[in-house]
Write a protein that binds this ligand. Structure first.
Ligand code: AMP
Length: 288
């Protein structure tokens, strides 16, 4: 599966990308992360990008296209990838189309996370506070001034991509103001609807998310954790299969039968009650 996450800074692209990575076992390709690593390592690309990034501008298209093209060729990207922060301009999108074509790869979807601009500043402030709490180095471009510039460049250079991908029938827009897990669910539903993922990824993630000791298979098992997890995944898969149509039908049937039975029982009860009452009256009359 190959998808693009589109959205302004602070829209939650990075957070969602990480969750999708866990769920589908694909890699996150974030040009921002790659550029920050290049800056930290002092590579020629890093030296070129450093000032531009600190000022909230965009690194030249050919630089980021080159980085992405090389990264897509790495073995870990064979399974699929999520592009986070790329493409950011129409020429980048065109270059991506070209290079995917050359590599015989297909883009499955472009997910736009739509958010209220008023929420972005506070989201970035929260991110900064959390990074400080974790003792991580805070990004130089996560300041109110630079954020304003990054937002302006998003509006003028990246927003046209919404039109670009919607014209190509690739765009899905999701409300990025919902809670994190709601957004993830909405993305998953969208990917399911597009046929980009198989329903079984539910089971896979459920088995991954559920602590092994809570699953039946793992409780019983004295095997190694990896084996237990495999078994748990299998049982989750089976459970999911079982939860499909036939059971639905069976549930309906059971409900219907139960209703019928209840009706019958109800009728019987009424009949029984009437008989008892009639007997009582006859007895009383007989006494009299
Ligand atoms: P991000 O982590 O996606 O917010 O990116 C941080 C910074 O890296 C951006 O403000 C840009 O300066 C630069 N950058 C990241 N991705 C791109 C891209 N696709 N094109 C140009 N510049 C980029």
């Amino acid at each position: 599966m190959r998808i693009i996450l589109l959205g302004p800074p602070g829209s939650g692209k990075g957070t969602q990308a990480q969750l999708l990575v866990q769920r589908y076992g694909i890699v996150q390709l974030s040009t921002g992360e790659m550029l920050r690593a290049a800056v930290a390592a002092g590579t020629p690309v890093g030296l070129k990008a450093k000032e531009i990034m600190a000022g909230g501008g965009l690194v030249p298209d050919d630089v980021v296209v080159g980085i992405i093209s090389d990264r897509i060729d790495q073995p870990d990207a064979k399974n699929g990838f999520i592009l986070d922060g790329f493409p950011r301009t129409v020429p980048q999108a065109e270059a991506l189309d070209e290079l995917l074509k050359r590599k015989h790869l297909k883009l499955d979807a472009v997910i736009e996370l739509r958010v209220n601009e008023s929420a972005l500043l506070s989201r970035v402030e929260t991110r900064v506070a959390q990074m400080r709490e974790r003792g991580e180095e805070v990004r130089l471009d996560d300041t109110p001034e630079v954020l304003t510039k990054r937002l302006a460049s998003y509006r003028s250079q990246t927003e046209p991509l919404i039109h670009y991908y919607s014209e190509r029938r690739k765009l899905s827009t999701i409300d990025g103001m919902m809670a994190i897990e709601e957004v993830t669910r909405a993305i998953h539903r969208q990917l399911l609807a597009l046929g980009a993922v198989e329903p079984k990824t539910h089971a896979r993630s459920a088995a991954k998310a559920a602590p092994a000791k809570k699953t039946k298979a793992a409780k019983k098992s004295t095997q190694k954790p990896a084996k237990a997890a495999k078994k748990a995944a299998k049982s989750a898969k089976t459970a999911e299969k079982a939860a499909k149509k036939p059971v639905k039908g069976a549930k309906k049937a059971t409900r219907k039968t139960a209703k019928k039975a209840a009706k019958k029982t109800g009728k019987k009860a009424v009949k029984k009650g009437a008989k008892k009452a009639a007997k009582k009256v006859t007895k009383k009359r007989a006494k009299r």
